[in-house]
Design a protein around this ligand. Structure first.
Ligand code: PEP
Length: 252
């Protein structure tokens, strides 16, 4: 089964217009400079989506947002709808990132509702799952990830509209990563749960990204694992040279 590798950058709450534009232009130039075999996505904050879209013009780099509401419009002060994201040029949205689960109390049920709404609006979703350190130390990693997949991935999800990102919470921004064997074990088990939920055909086609302290130095080992189909990159996506070195080292 050939799944197109994806390298996605989650800029989180970083970037004003000027530096966001420079970063996006550098990524765009680097993607254009050589024949690439993977799909690139950058996910800046809402406020600079339009600026980044413009800076990416002509480059095969998709634009993504970091969250959305489940309603199309209405009385939800401070929220952004899926339609607003397509309107500004997004084709992806990250949902259920552990920082949103922790900072905003997002449940699997809410994430699933958001994903359904995003798909209805024509967005593709990157749905994040992952265990905390306490859960890992109790040996609950597979159970936690399975529960998150079962609860937050819509039953109507397909490999064409959904990407999963396995991001162990304790690996995000810490410089720590699981062993390659641990990553492969979780990804393989996630694929099994997806097969139960969505059928083997969709599960085999669906991309499962790894995220959590991915750097140029560990990209080759992590991204060459059989069930790892790319990376969701946080800190290292804020420097074009690092972001693109991750792609280069992964053979993208
Ligand atoms: C993330 O938050 O999605 C992430 C993977 O962060 P980092 O690469 O900085 O660990």
């Amino acid at each position: 089964m050939v799944r197109k590798m994806m390298i996605a950058g989650n800029w989180k709450m970083n970037g004003l217009s000027a530096d966001g534009m420079v970063l996006a232009k550098e990524v765009a130039a680097s993607v254009k400079a050589k024949k690439r075999i993977c799909e690139f996505v950058v996910c800046p904050p809402f406020t600079i989506l339009a600026v980044v879209k413009k800076a990416l013009r002509g480059a095969k780099v998709a634009l993504g947002a970091q969250d959305c509401h489940f309603d199309e419009k209405g009385a939800h002060t401070g929220d952004i709808s899926p339609l607003m994201l397509t309107d500004v040029g997004c084709s992806y949205v990250i949902l259920g990132h552990s920082e949103r689960r922790a900072d905003h109390g997002e449940s699997d049920e809410l994430i699933c509702r958001k994903a359904e709404a995003a798909h209805k609006a024509g967005l593709k979703t990157i749905i994040c799952i992952g265990e905390t350190l306490a859960q890992r130390e109790k040996g609950e990693t597979i159970d936690v990830c399975s529960k998150q997949i079962l609860g937050s991935v819509p039953v109507s999800a397909t490999a064409a509209d959904t990407v999963i990102a396995y991001e162990p919470v304790w690996a995000i921004g810490t410089g720590k990563t699981p062993t390659a064997q641990d990553v492969e074990d979780v990804h393989a088990s996630v694929r099994k749960v997806l097969a139960k939920k969505l059928g083997k055909g969709q599960a085999n086609k669906m991309r499962i990204l790894y995220g959590g302290s991915v750097k140029p130095a560990n990209a080759k080992e992590l991204l060459s694992l059989p069930d790892v189909d790319g990376a969701l990159v946080g800190g290292a996506s804020l420097k074009a040279v690092d972001f693109m070195a991750i792609a280069d080292n992964a053979g993208c």
